[in-house]
Ligand binder design. Structure first.
Ligand code: 13P
Ligand code: SF4
Length: 310
C-alpha cells in the first residue's frame, strides 16, 4: 500500500462507490471502530446485517460473525479482512464431536451461543447471544431438556440465573478465561469506588465479584448510565475505546490477567487492521462463501433467535 494513502478517506470512498456497509465489533482496534458505519455486540451486528440494503457487507470482526451475516444474506457479498480471524470458543466445538455428544442426549434440544461455526449452528435448535441468552432459555418450556454449547462459562451463568439444569459443552473463550481473581480483588481494594463489570464469558469466580454482568453493549450502556467515575472492565480491551469516547470524564481500568505476559486483546479480533480492511474493500476479497444446504440449516436457529429478540 502507498504509505501516503489516507486510509480513512479511501475506505469512506470505497463504501460509497460500492454501496458497502462496514460493520464492526467493539473488540476491533480503535481506527476500525472510528471508520465503521455501525459498531455493536453480536446481536446488534446480526440484526444490522439482517436489515441492510447495501450490496456488500464488510465485516470487521471474526469468522462466525461474518458467517452469520452471510447466512442471513445469501445474495450479498460478505467480506472479512482476514479469513484467519477465528474464535477459540468456535474452535472448541468441532462439528463431528459435537454431533456425537448431541446423539448421546437424544431428548435434549440444543441452544448454541452464536460464537460457533455454521456447522454447529446447523446442529442447533436456537442460537443465543450474551444479550438475549437468559430470555431465550426462559422461553423454553421448563420440562424441555437442554444442551448448551459451546461456552461452559456463559452456560454456568445461565444455569445460575434461570435455575435450568442444562448439559454444558466444555468450551471457553481464551480472552475471558485469563482474568486473575487475586489481582482483581487487590485492584478493587485500591479503587473502592470503582464498579467492577464483566462479560458472562468470564469464569464463575470472577463473575461473583461483578457489580454488573452483560454483553459488550450492556457493559457500555452501564458505564454511560452509572454515576460511578471509575470502572474495572473484565472483557476484551477494544470496548474501552467506546467507553472512553462516550464518557471522557470517567476512568476505565482493564481487569488484570493472571500472567503478566498475557493481555486482554483477542488475537483473532486483532488480526484485522485498517490496511487489510482497505485492501479487502478494494479487491472485494477475502469473501465468505457457504454451501446452500449448510446455510439453510444454519439459518433456522438464527431466525428463531431473531424472532424471539425482535
Ligand atoms: P458480545 O459482543 O455479543 O457481548 O460478544 C462478545 C464476544 O466475545 C464476541 O466475540
Ligand atoms: Fe472468540 Fe473470545 Fe475472541 Fe470473542 S474474544 S472472538 S469469544 S476468542
Amino acid at each position: 500500500i502507498d504509505p501516503t494513502l489516507d486510509l480513512f478517506h479511501e475506505i469512506e470512498r470505497l463504501k460509497k462507490e460500492k454501496n458497502a456497509i462496514l460493520l464492526a465489533h467493539y473488540y476491533q482496534e480503535p481506527d476500525i471502530q472510528d471508520v465503521a458505519d455501525y459498531i455493536g455486540d453480536s446481536l446488534g451486528l446480526a440484526q444490522k446485517a439482517q436489515n441492510t440494503n447495501a450490496d456488500i457487507i464488510v465485516f470487521a470482526g471474526v469468522q462466525f460473525m461474518a458467517e452469520t451475516a452471510k447466512i442471513l444474506n445469501p445474495n450479498k457479498k460478505v467480506l472479512l479482512p482476514d479469513l484467519n480471524a477465528g474464535c477459540s470458543l468456535a474452535d472448541s466445538a468441532p462439528a463431528d464431536l459435537f454431533k456425537k455428544f448431541k446423539d448421546q442426549h437424544p431428548d435434549h434440544i440444543v441452544i448454541s451461543y452464536i460464537n460457533c461455526t455454521a456447522e454447529i449452528k446447523a446442529l442447533s435448535d436456537i442460537i443465543v447471544t450474551s444479550s438475549n441468552a437468559e430470555k431465550i432459555v426462559e422461553s423454553v418450556p421448563r420440562d424441555q431438556k437442554i444442551i448448551f454449547a459451546p461456552d461452559k462459562n456463559l452456560g454456568a451463568y445461565l444455569v445460575k440465573k434461570t435455575g435450568r439444569d442444562m448439559v454444558l459443552w466444555n468450551g471457553a473463550c481464551m480472552v475471558h478465561e485469563i482474568f486473575s481473581l487475586e489481582k482483581i480483588t487487590k485492584l478493587k481494594t485500591r479503587h473502592p469506588n470503582a464498579k467492577f463489570i464483566a462479560h458472562p464469558e468470564c469464569e464463575e469466580a470472577v463473575l461473583r465479584l461483578a457489580d454488573y454482568i452483560g454483553s459488550t453493549t450492556g457493559l457500555l450502556k452501564y458505564t454511560q448510565q452509572s454515576d460511578a467515575m471509575e470502572f474495572i472492565v473484565a472483557t476484551e480491551t477494544g470496548i474501552l475505546h467506546q467507553m472512553q469516547k462516550s464518557s471522557p470524564e470517567k476512568t476505565f481500568i482493564p481487569a488484570p490477567p493472571n500472567n503478566s505476559c498475557a493481555c486482554n486483546d483477542c488475537p483473532h479480533m486483532k488480526l484485522n487492521t485498517l490496511e487489510k480492511l482497505y485492501l479487502c474493500m478494494e479487491y472485494e476479497a477475502p469473501e465468505i462463501t457457504m454451501e446452500e444446504e449448510l446455510r439453510k440449516a444454519a439459518r433456522k436457529p438464527i431466525d428463531r433467535m431473531l424472532e424471539i429478540s425482535a
